[in-house]
Design a protein around this ligand. Structure first.
Ligand code: NAD
Ligand code: IPM
Ligand code: MN
Length: 342
């Protein structure tokens, strides 16, 4: 089978620290016969401050046409207060590679009390206010939110498909009562797809009411679909149900495969400047994102084994500080990798 080429972009802050725990998992997959090679890339705040480069055009083209997937740490650095490099690296990858679907599952990994919970957020990943069009005038500022039917349809189709396969409900988060144009489009496409997927129990909910219902009782929810902005907020909230930012994974992909590179795996969390450099970041979000990437590549045994190793390590009491324990990033990563089958 052909070689799978995975670009590695550790980025800023805790990004490189958690990436260092994922890299041995790639070597482990290779040792089990998976044909993969990696392409480490230096882009991030350090590189930007040193060279003035964010993501050069040649590197973007190499990622798009010469790689199959990207494993990403995080970007964001207090030395770049306007976040320009983050925009030109991360948002450019999501948008430039047309990675419409951002899948953010929220499954309990740490034993917890309370009702069962298995929520999966499908966040549109390229549009809404993230188009970064707008203007600032004296006393007035505008951020445009752009929604297009192809992207909305792709996102909602993926969400309906997934809910059908799982046999669970689908809830669309929206504010169509106010955002008549953008979310009006979402409602029309949603209603259209309800006719295509009559077997999926699907309904729309005003996002504000949805957040209240989620916090009161998350157990009835299955798949939640949302635009880019609401999906960003909802997926941090759902992460809080299962242990917080340190454990939440994500995978973005382009269902219509416009380029060779059609997937980006990254934890939901950011560069955590408050933890950076201390070896205290939780690598679980990064490792579960790596597992999602394995699954996307069709490597189900490796995906399942890595998720099981995370679950067993947590079950055995392995905890970083964010989970109330005292392991550092490296020890937590090792506790998980020690449980991988050889
Ligand atoms: P953040 O996710 O970096 O941190 C929020 C909180 O979660 C902090 O208390 C942090 O210590 C904690 N946290 C994050 N990752 C953790 C981990 N692995 N283990 C344990 N605790 C962890 O969000 P923020 O503070 O709002 O943003 C910091 C910077 O990161 C900003 O520049 C922001 O733009 C950027 N950011 C980047 C991404 C990304 O690259 N995908 C995502 C979110 C934020
Ligand atoms: C995320 C982050 C990003 C987003 C930022 C860093 C641009 O919060 O991946 O959730 O808002 O999408
Ligand atoms: Mn976010």
């Amino acid at each position: 089978d052909k070689t799978i080429r995975i670009a590695l972009i550790p980025g800023d802050g805790v990004g490189p620290e958690v990436m260092a725990e994922a890299v041995p998992c790639l070597a482990w997959a290779r040792s089990r016969g998976r044909n993969l090679e990696t392409l480490p890339l230096p882009y991030g705040a350090d590189h930007f401050l040193r060279t003035g480069e964010t993501l050069p055009g040649t590197a973007f083209a190499e990622l798009r046409d010469g790689c199959d997937a990207i494993l990403f740490g995080a970007v964001g650095d207090p030395r770049v207060p306007d976040g320009r490099h983050a925009e030109e690296i991360l948002l450019r990858l999501r948008q430039g590679l047309d990675l419409t679907v951002n899948f953010r599952p929220c499954k309990p990994r740490v034993p917890r009390s309370g009702p069962a919970l298995d929520i999966e957020v499908f966040r549109e990943n390229t549009e809404g206010p993230y188009c970064l069009q707008g203007s600032t005038e004296p006393g007035r500022a505008i951020d445009l939110a752009v929604h297009t039917e192809p992207a909305v349809r792709r996102l909602l189709e993926a969400a309906f498909d997934h809910a059908r396969a799982r046999g669970c409900t689908l809830t669309l988060a929206h504010k169509a009562n106010v955002l008549k144009h953008g979310h009006g489009l979402w409602m029309r496409v949603f209603q259209d797809l309800q006719r295509t997927f009559p077997e999926v129990p699907a309904k729309g909910m005003h996002a504000d009411a949805l957040l209240c219902a989620l916090v009161q009782d998350p157990s009835p929810f299955g798949v939640i679909a949302a635009d880019n902005y609401l999906g960003d907020l909802i997926s941090d909230l759902t992460a809080a149900f299962v242990g917080g930012m340190g454990v939440a994974p994500s995978l973005s992909w382009a269902p219509h495969r416009p380029h060779r590179c059609s997937a980006l795996a990254e934890p939901v969390h950011g560069s955590a400047p408050d933890l950076a450099g201390q070896g205290l970041a939780n690598p679980v979000g990064m490792l579960l994102s790596t597992a999602l990437l394995f699954r996307h590549l069709g490597w189900e045994p490796e995906a399942g084994a890595l998720e099981a190793a995370v679950a067993e390590a947590l079950e055995a009491g392995a905890r970083t500080r964010d989970l109330g324990g005292n392991l550092g990033t490296v020890a937590m990563g090792a506790a998980i990798r020690d449980r991988l089958p050889q």
